[in-house]
Design a protein around this ligand. Sequence first.
Ligand code: NAD
Ligand code: ZN
Ligand code: ZN
Length: 349
Amino acid sequence: MSSFTMARTMQAAQVEQFGQPLVLREVPVPRPGPGQILVKTEACGVCHTDLHAASGDWPLKPPLPFTPGHEGIGIVVALGSGVSAVKEGERVGVPWLYSACGHCEFCLAAQEPVCGQAQFGGYTRDGGFAEYIVADPDYVAHIPAGLSPQEAAPLICAGITSYKGLKETQARPGEWVVVSGVGGLGHLGVQYARAMGLQVCAVDIDDGKLAHATRLGADAVVNARGDDPVAEVMKITGGGAHGVLITAPSLPAFRQGVGMTRKHGSCVLVGIPPGEFPTPLFDVVARCITIRGSFVGNRRDMAEALAFAAAGRVKAGIELQPLSAINEVFRRLARGEVPSRVVLDFAGG
Ligand code: NAD
Ligand code: ZN
Ligand code: ZN
């Protein structure tokens, strides 16, 4: 480990009980073990996944207590023994895909998010709602020069996930995609889709979010609370979207999204509200529709997603808040009151 001198303790917002407010604690600064690095947090986005994690929404639950946050960006301040992949002083992101085995059939195929040994930042490993994060140097995101840590933060989960999900639709330039849910993931999804040459129809239940989608370049918008949003999308797209990306953390959006998919098109699921949704079997079969899950992306997808932003083609909409505001941010996120992405700002801390 280097001679870097740092505080002995740090602020961290931790989940002690599912469904309870996070507790702001002074905890020891973790030390990087062999092959690990220590990152001093500059900024960390707040993803709806953090809310699912803190609520214990999913079948695989994180061990309590834990520190959420998988959009943490910071500077490498210390190296454990044997680390050569990054250097002190570099700016990195500590993402959802915290680490993977590197050897299984999925890792060999660059499908490491589904590696059976994968660890998840802010879930099975402590994440970025803290002043320091221990990370695996082989899996951190490398933040291009020119992007501030605050604007980079949403890209390392919301950005990569919406970008990869759009790629998984296999829609080609000029074709239609629906982006359902234009919050943290979706407001970036609209921009990636435009940058990829796709026509975009944004769907949300909030007119303010839809107006924002139009400002970001959406060709059409549909309010899912309208009389017949599926029929509206069918009309706009002339028979359904070639690709549908569902980011909405809401089950009704899934059934609707399948209905909005064109014959031989793909409906890609990335939102993960707990539960199940009814699948209209006859329509899916007779219209030859693909329904596909998509889980963040691999390290190459990460580099590509960041490159769009470095080139000025995609820009995260951010609202800065201090770590101490996390419970109020969660309350607003649960009610759909966050316009795009809240980023916890550690600057000056
Ligand atoms: P967010 O709260 O920022 O945005 C959600 C948006 O969906 C809001 O704009 C809301 O108004 C809209 N919405 C709600 N109900 C809707 C409906 N019925 N129809 C259309 N829009 C609706 O959330 P986020 O951070 O963008 O995350 C969204 C979901 O994606 C969460 O479930 C999260 O866990 C999941 N997620 C998945 C992955 C992955 O790898 N698959 C990665 C990140 C997040
Ligand atoms: Zn996320
Ligand atoms: Zn593996």
